[in-house]
Every structure is written in structure tokens, then in C-alpha cells.
Ligand binder design. Structure first.
Ligand SMILES: [Zn+2]
Length: 295
């Protein structure tokens, strides 16, 4: 097996400054990808182009675009992409017959096979988050809220495919293109604190560590913490990106913050475990992946 390229994930580069606290919706993921594109050196940029046929800014929303693939009921399901208007801006690039078939095929392969999954959530939708209690500094697969189909496992699976190996169960990742489409998105999710750290409450509504406190309930990634009169919740507020942040023109200060962030030592796959489970009050994690070898 030969090294065919290096990505600098700075590349997948996430850079953190107060502005990014707002940025995790479609525009937010594109913005993260756009800054990663700026940080790519020439060789890795060629590899990204070779694998994806597009830049990371465009790629970063694919894993959310597949949510528009609808499955029919019954034992012989059919999977059909029905583009939703609200996602048109970030998913329009995939609305060609070939790309729609790829999205439908991905969802077909990643729909019901998750051992830890809940029937109401298609398997692939559970790849975007994990639910480690905010009292923890590191991810451990044994912790409450960790799953074999969670965000950390999904990043591991995408990295495995990019290195020429098969994705471990329960993931089905067809090829390096699919793997890089997923990775470009999941690294963004990794930096949304509500996708990694979860608040668990006891019967009196006080935050507790579920790994030492039985019978606690979680707040569903902030989706059950209402913040407004119109049904807005903490997670939705985080996902909203300021209209001042245009992915086509990333603010220079975001790029400066990203390039100034020293690369974090260690294997990229371990970065996810070391991210530190942070909530909004404690600030987002700050790390930058070192060079990632693509085999
Ligand atoms: Zn996501």
C-alpha cells in the first residue's frame, strides 16, 4: 500500500473562535469546510480533488443532505431522495441522478443495522453525535452515552476507509469518496459541543454524572432545553449561523485562528477521544489534527 497523499486536517481543520459558536447548520458546515480548504497544502488539495471532485466546503454538508432520502414502510423498503427546499442551498450540488443514487444507496446500507440504535432513528442519523456526560474530560466507549454507532466510531470508520481498510460494523462506507464526504461533515459535528457533551439531570433537575448516578435523564443534546417562546431550543440556537458569515467568503479572522492553532499530537482517530467533552459555558474544544496519511 502506498501513500498517495497527505491531508492536513487542519484540513478538516477546525478552528475555533467565538464566531464559530454559531456555526453548525448548513452554512456552518460549509464555512468549516471552506476554511479547511484554505489550509490545505497543494498535495493534499490535489488528493481531496481527486477523491471528491469538489472542495471540502461543498462536501461538508453531504451527510446532512442524505437525510432527504425517504424510506418506504414495510419489509421491502424503497429509498428515494426528495430534496427539501430548506436544504437546497447546501444540497443542490448533489441533486443529479448519479449523486441522488449514491445518497439513496448510502442510506439503504446504513438504515437499520445499528445494534445500539433506536427504531425511531435511522441508523445513519445516529452517526452525528455521542452523548458523553459533560463531567467527563475524555471519551470512553464504556461511558454512558457512548455507542458503537456514535460520532467517534463514525470518524474511526471513515478514517479506516481512507486508509484502504473496510469500515468496521455497523458502518457501511462504499469507498474513499464516501468516507471523505462523511469525514468532512463529522469533524464539524465533533466541534459542536451539543453533539458530544450531554447534560444528564437527576429527579430534582440537577446535573449529575450518569456513570456514578443511577436513574438520571439526559437533555437530548440540548434539543429539550427550550430557549425561546417559539419553541427554539439550545441545540437549534447553536446550529444557527450568523448571516454575516458567508461560506463563500470566510472571515479572515477565522482562518487566522485556524492557522495559529498548533497541531495536536497523536493519531487523528485519537483526537476525537481527546477532544474533551465541553459544554457551551466551558467553551468548545480546541485542537487541530496533524497530518493524516491517506493510503
Ligand atoms: Zn451532522
Amino acid at each position: 500500500m502506498r501513500i498517495i497523499g497527505l491531508l492536513r486536517p487542519a484540513a478538516m481543520a477546525l478552528l475555533l473562535c467565538p464566531l464559530t459558536a454559531l456555526a453548525y447548520g448548513g452554512s456552518g458546515h460549509a464555512l468549516i469546510g471552506a476554511i479547511a480548504d484554505q489550509l490545505l497544502e497543494a498535495g493534499p488539495a490535489q488528493q481531496v480533488e481527486l477523491i471528491l471532485g469538489m472542495d471540502l466546503a461543498q462536501a461538508a454538508n453531504w451527510a446532512d443532505c442524505v437525510r432527504s432520502v425517504q424510506a418506504s414502510a414495510g419489509p421491502k423498503r424503497s429509498f428515494v431522495y426528495h430534496g427539501k427546499e430548506q436544504y437546497r442551498a447546501s444540497c443542490g450540488v448533489y441533486e443529479t441522478p448519479g449523486e441522488q443514487r449514491r445518497m439513496e444507496d448510502y442510506v439503504r446500507r446504513n438504515f437499520t443495522q445499528c445494534p445500539d440504535g433506536k427504531p425511531e432513528y435511522p441508523c445513519h442519523t445516529t452517526y452525528h453525535y455521542t452523548d458523553i456526560a459533560i463531567q467527563h474530560e475524555r471519551y470512553d466507549r464504556q461511558d454512558s452515552g457512548a455507542r458503537h454507532d456514535d460520532l467517534i466510531a463514525a470518524i474511526d470508520a471513515a478514517l479506516a476507509v481512507l486508509r484502504g481498510r473496510r469500515a468496521p460494523q455497523p458502518f457501511s462506507i462504499a469507498d474513499k469518496r464516501e468516507a471523505l464526504l462523511l469525514l468532512a461533515h463529522f469533524v464539524g459535528d465533533l466541534h459542536q459541543p451539543l453533539h458530544v457533551g450531554s447534560v444528564y439531570l437527576d429527579a430534582s433537575g440537577q446535573p449529575v454524572d450518569p456513570d456514578t448516578h443511577a436513574g438520571s435523564a439526559q437533555t437530548l443534546g440540548g434539543n429539550s432545553l427550550l430557549t425561546g417562546f417559539d419553541g427554539a431550543n439550545l441545540h437549534a440556537d447553536w446550529d444557527d449561523v450568523s448571516p454575516l458569515l458567508d461560506p463563500a467568503h470566510p472571515p479572515a479572522e477565522l482562518f487566522s485562528a485556524a492557522i495559529a492553532l498548533p497541531a495536536t499530537a497523536g493519531e487523528p482517530g485519537h483526537m476525537a477521544r481527546d477532544l474533551g467533552i465541553r459544554d457551551a459555558d466551558r467553551g468548545p474544544p480546541r485542537f487541530r489534527w496533524p497530518e493524516l496519511q491517506v493510503l
